[in-house]
Design a protein around this ligand. Structure first.
Ligand code: ADP
Ligand code: SF4
Length: 690
């Protein structure tokens, strides 16, 4: 296939100081939960993007010195020669595919916790840390500032030694020392580094100059700046100081990478932001500098990207999440396969990896984080290992991905679905407020399956064990999903809640299915991810009087990990939903429920004509269990294997279901050599001392 000429502009080279990017696709720095812990995992993950056509691929923030220690979150480091070697793995891997490697040097200043190094965090002035640990920051004196400049310069030299092409000076995300110096609210100094904006910019200017002087002859120097913090007058704004800073430093760096702070504004989830959301804040930058400008905005559509370039908003299309969901996005556009882009759904499960100190996972891209340890490639998969046929039962995310992967391998696949549509939970969940983009999980897979002559889809096919035994497929994969429980069993109630059998008690599926509720409605959330908050929001939009009760200390508590918690809580408050935290639902009576305090067990009554239970889910594993009851029957039917995947095996996130489906497809006739250790481990070099 040939590229659509409308997209030619995206493949023009861009000169960035002494280096040249081969096209306009730029993977901006992004966290990944691998960092210094897993250098090979990290390098291979970045290599996939280079192979997939990105012209520039950057590290996440890379700590320049032990006074900036983000533990337990694993970020990159350039503290010494060991780190140079680790970074070298990544730059080599990127260079193999003709791309440029960028390193985002960082010092977290007031945001450092230094839990590992035990060095005192430093900042422009003495103050409480951003992260909320009970350790305060020491205000830097002039000698500290000189030291900081020396550390940054040394780290830049180490980055060059590791053969990086672009070195960052980073003042973004409300988490870097250089940004803390810019912020009036954090910089209370009265010397030449505080007070006027010119003074507050001084250190940033000096560090850009230091970096250029140290490495600028061979490496490009990029500045990453948050031009707006979305704090109005309380922070830097793109109409005010954000613009003035860019004007003051306009021609100093070789590239401007501009965005919003903090991270939750920059990586806003699709529930709260749309493609191109940053444009109104960053579009001024090109008018005040001649240097190339890169920015992000959850870009997945090549038409939007072209529009950004043609309208003079950006020179390079920055992406973190879209490059995670589809490392081959540029190649697909280049090869005229734009309709095959696996579009990011904006769920921020990837961000949760960083927050839970584990390699990131991606809902759309099940190979993310598995490139090195399992050898999974985001596009390629081994051809089938036999002529066997496979029946996949259930077309939710797990079943769709299993059928797609097996189809790609060349197996003859039948996908049987009880209803008249594909997608399972993704289909009904994506009809809820703010979750529309999640349908992309279904749509991308449906699109690929449609192109495969060897995958047949059967709708209206609620299969029984007898049906399956009659069919005679060689392998059966059961992906029949799960359903929300009505009985209230969950984290805090391990037995059925009294009164939960009443006709006035509902599940999230009932709500989406149009159940008639009378008010007032109580939504009880003992699941504490997104569903309880979304159900409350939907019911309120439908005009109900809603009280949201949660066993956690805040609304949708786990969404802290997806950068959404504060927004969800704000939205519920703004919509007029009453919120009761730290309470369990003990019993449901006529027109009321009994709540008990999680801490004191003190109980109270609350008026409720209807109750929605969002507590836990029950696997739809009846079919799987029935089939496995009689091994002889299976053998007689010629069935060689039956396995349960996704929510049917154990209810979890959509990302887990997709991963399960993908793994089942990869491992058909090709199980791991050692099932007890199904992936490679990274070993650090040990010397002989203890
Ligand atoms: P997962 O997240 O694990 O993919 P979902 O609940 O999203 O699970 O999807 C399960 C799908 O399986 C649903 O579309 C459901 O209609 C379908 N299903 C459930 N039981 C059967 C069955 N016995 N035969 C065919 N399809 C089924
Ligand atoms: Fe996008 Fe979700 Fe994947 Fe992150 S996890 S890249 S938000 S699809």
């Amino acid at each position: 296939m040939t590229r659509d000429p409308r997209y030619d502009i995206l493949f023009e080279p861009v000169k960035i100081g002494p280096v040249t990017a081969k096209n306009r696709f730029y993977q901006v720095p992004h966290c990944n939960g691998m960092g210094f812990n897993l250098p090979q995992t990290h390098a291979k993950m970045r290599e996939m993007k280079a192979e997939g056509g990105w012209a520039v691929i950057c590290t996440e923030e890379c700590m320049i010195h032990p006074t900036s220690d983000y533990s337990p979150e694993p970020q990159a480091r350039l503290w010494d020669d060991y780190d140079v070697k680790c970074l070298g793995l990544m730059t080599d891997a990127i260079h193999r595919h003709g791309a440029l490697a960028g390193v985002q040097l960082a010092h977290n200043g007031v945001g450092s916790q230094n839990l590992f190094t035990r060095l005192k965090p430093i900042g422009p002035s003495p103050q409480a840390g951003v992260i909320g640990v009970p350790t305060q920051t020491r205000g830097m004196d002039k000698a500290d500032i000189r030291e900081f400049r020396r550390w940054h310069r040394a780290a830049a030299l180490r980055a060059r030694e590791a053969e990086a092409d672009i070195i960052y000076v980073y003042a973004g995300h409300d988490s870097t020392l250089l940004q803390h110096f810019l912020q009036l609210r954090r910089n209370h100094r009265s010397d030449e580094y505080g007070g006027s904006l010119e003074n507050r910019v001084r250190l940033l200017r000096e560090v850009i100059e230091d970096t250029r002087e140290a490495v600028g002859d061979t490496c490009a120097v990029a500045v990453r700046l948050a031009v707006d913090e979305l704090l109005g007058d309380g922070g830097i704004t793109s109409q005010g100081e954000g613009r003035e800073i860019v004007e003051m430093l306009a021609e100093l760096p070789d590239l401007w990478d501009v965005n919003l702070a903090d991270w939750s504004n920059d990586s806003v989830s699709s529930r709260f932001g749309e493609e191109g959301i940053q444009e109104s804040h960053i579009s001024f930058v090109k008018s005040v500098t001649t240097k190339p400008v890169v920015g992000v905005g959850w870009f997945t559509s090549p038409d939007t990207m072209v529009s950004q370039i043609k309208r003079g908003v950006l020179d390079m299309i920055g992406a973190a999440r879209p490059s995670i969901a589809d490392p081959f996005l540029p190649r697909k556009i280049e090869e005229g396969r734009a309709d095959e882009i696996r579009e990011c759904i904006g769920c921020n499960i990837c961000v949760a990896g960083q927050h839970t100190f584990t390699p990131m996972r991606c809902t759309q891209n099940p190979t993310m984080g598995e490139e090195w340890r399992r050898g999974w490639h985001p596009e390629d998969i081994a051809a089938k290992g036999s002529q066997d046929s496979v029946l996949v039962v259930g077309a939710g995310p797990a079943g769709l991905e299993a059928a797609r992967g097996l189809g790609q391998r060349g197996y003859q696949v039948a996908l049987a679905e009880a209803t008249t549509g594909l997608g399972g939970r993704v289909t009904w969940e994506s009809s809820m407020p703010g979750l529309g983009a999640w349908a992309r999980v279904r749509d991308w897979r449906a699109g690929r399956i449609q192109e495969m002559a060897n995958v047949d889809v059967y709708f209206d096919s609620q299969l029984s064990p007898e049906n399956i035994l009659e069919f005679g497929f060689d392998h059966v994969i059961i992906a029949t999903g799960a359903r929300w429980r009505k009985d209230g069993v969950g984290i805090n109630n391990t037995a059925r809640v009294s009164g939960s059998d009443r006709a006035t008690v509902f599940t999230p599926e009932d709500i989406v299915g149009g159940a008639e509720l009378s008010g007032p409605v109580v939504v009880f959330d003992d699941d504490n991810f997104y569903m309880g908050g979304v159900v409350a929001e939907k019911l309120r939009q439908d005009g109900h009087d809603v009280t949201y009760v949660t066993s956690a200390a805040c609304v949708s508590a786990w969404t802290e990990n997806t950068l959404e918690q504060h927004r969800i809580q704000a939205r519920l408050i703004e919509q007029g939903i009453d919120i009761i935290v730290s309470h369990n639902l003990k019993a449901i009576g006529e027109g009321e429920v009994e709540l008990t305090c999680i801490y004191s067990s003190r109980s109270r009554a609350l008026a409720a004509s209807s109750v929605v239970m969002v507590t836990s889910r029950k696997p739809n594993n009846e079919l799987y269990l029935a089939l496995n009851e009689d091994a002889e029957k299976l053998q007689a039917a010629g069935i060689k294997s039956v396995q349960a995947i996704g929510d049917c095996e154990a209810p979890a996130t959509i990302a887990v279901a997709v991963y399960d489906g993908h793994r089942a497809a990869r491992e058909m006739d090709n199980p791991p050599a050692n099932p007890d250790m199904p992936f490679r481990r990274e070993y650090i070099e040990l010397d002989d001392t203890v």
